[in-house]
Design a protein around this ligand. Sequence first.
Ligand code: SF4
Ligand code: SF4
Length: 248
Amino acid sequence: METAENLEIVELQKDLGRFALSQDVDLFGVADLAKYGNALMGHGNNFLGRFKRGLSVGLHLSDAVVDGLEYPDDRGLALTYRFHVYEVVNLLLDKIALGLAARLQNAGYVAYPVPASQTIDQERFMGIISHKLVANLAGLGWIGKNCLLVTPEFGPRVRFATVLTDAPLRPAVLQLGSRCGSCTLCVETCPAGAFTGAAFAPDEPREARFAPGACSEYCRRRKEEWGIELRGSFCGRCVYICPWGRKS
Ligand code: SF4
Ligand code: SF4
């Protein structure tokens, strides 16, 4: 039999889901972070490590904008991709994460909205937490050979934000295993040769699969050629090419 406290949590979780839906969120899930503890945190410490749940919210990117990357040398299409994917979608995600955190806070819990895009380690190109790992633990998709979260619905054409919380929300029980199979399209198409083609393994460092420095250097050179000084990727070929996203 459910206790009053459990019923309260179920209601809170429903309320969070309804709020996410009202904000046109495409993917929503709860991850149990307890088994990973600080290992999940790019820069874990006692403050972040105390949160045992992570809410993951995802927005589906505009397919037409991503499909424009079929022409990788087109400056206008690349700039439009960067504008939508980094500026517009990140801002929307941050607003949604703040709204979810406010609801949790009003219910008496601690909630920490993690920015959708923020690099705090300039050498390893990592944020304070991996949104992809949280989304994976929330059952929303698998980490593909492109090191992105690949979802059954939209492939990697999704961006995520996370809200860390001490509220004992009910986490997803199922984690999706990789559905990349023998595909290596993202590995072959990356102009920087940044992927090794190795499948995701939770115990291995990201460097076993991906060289973020190579991607960053490629994008830096591209920006230099085009005379652009903006932050963010202009490439996105690894997002565009994945058949799981193209089918949508
Ligand atoms: S954004 Fe481009 S350069 Fe960077 S990893 Fe993806 S395909 Fe490679
Ligand atoms: S392009 Fe192929 S290998 Fe790469 S993430 Fe998608 S399914 Fe996996």
